[in-house]
Design a protein around this ligand. Structure first.
Ligand code: C5P
Length: 232
């Protein structure tokens, strides 16, 4: 499994995202398409970016009854995305159904990773709203183990949790980590951030980087800086 930088293309529409990707010329970064762009443009935006030669992480975070998730994953698999995700809180049965739906006739399938607890959920909220009394860290590691049991490839987590996830689930279990900022850059609304170089040391497999690249004066140079710190 190769380490890579995934560019979070959090744009409102097709025009904006394609103008952004045009700047990269012959370079084809791995891109993340999230709910905003997908709901605005539909599956055609995935086909179009894929046809331009990019790998795609489709970040739709599915969470429903196993049968619905299975059928929806089968649709996403036909879109030929490279990575997609779901909420581990949907249970092991839901995650197993997702794998079944994703697996193509030839046995191949996109990578499937799980969201454990969203980083926007505090331990306090987890207790009061979700009635989960365990420490947040323990819950995250338990959900990661459930994802592994269900046959998933890894989890989305904070780079600061990547080392522990690897200890608990093994080094082959993939960690995809947002919350990355350059040492000399703005952190924006992210709270627990790490530089690409530090994410590499901690053992993240993929970093997801949005605004430090998309809002940079020179996005291609910012992307290359991420690659040189994280991959090379
Ligand atoms: O612009 P920025 O680098 O903060 O973008 C990070 C991306 O990763 C966004 O698309 C955000 O929605 C996503 N993400 C995150 N934290 C999570 C899960 C996803 O920042 N826990």
């Amino acid at each position: 499994m190769g380490k890579d930088v995934i560019v979070a293309c959090d744009f409102a529409g097709k025009k904006e995202v394609l103008e952004f990707l045009d700047k990269f010329g012959g370079k084809k970064p791995f891109v993340k398409i999230g709910m905003e762009l997908y709901y605005a443009e539909g599956p055609d935006i995935v086909r179009e970016i894929k046809a331009r030669g990019h790998k795609i992480f489709l970040d739709l975070k599915l969470h429903d009854i196993p049968n619905t998730v299975k059928k929806s994953m089968s649709v996403l698999s036909r879109l030929d995305v490279d990575m997609c995700n779901l909420h581990a809180s949907g249970t092991v049965a839901m995650m197993e159904a997702a794998i079944e739906g994703l697996t193509r006739e030839d046995g191949s399938r996109p990578m499937l990773i799980a969201v454990t607890q969203l980083t926007s959920t505090s331990e306090e909220r987890m207790k009061s709203d979700l009635l989960i009394d365990e420490p947040l860290d323990k819950v995250v590691m338990h959900y990661a183990k459930c994802a592994k049991v269900a046959g998933l490839d890894g989890v989305v987590c904070s780079p600061l949790e990547a080392e522990k996830v690897h200890e608990v689930c093994g080094n082959d279990f993939v960690t995809v980590t947002p919350g990355v900022r350059f040492a000399d850059g703005d952190i924006g609304d992210q709270v627990r951030v790490t530089t690409p170089a530090r994410a590499k040391e901690i053992g993240s497999d993929y970093i997801v980087v949005g605004r430090p690249i998309t809002a940079a004066a020179d996005p291609v140079a910012a992307y290359e800086r991420c690659v040189s710190e994280f991959v090379d």
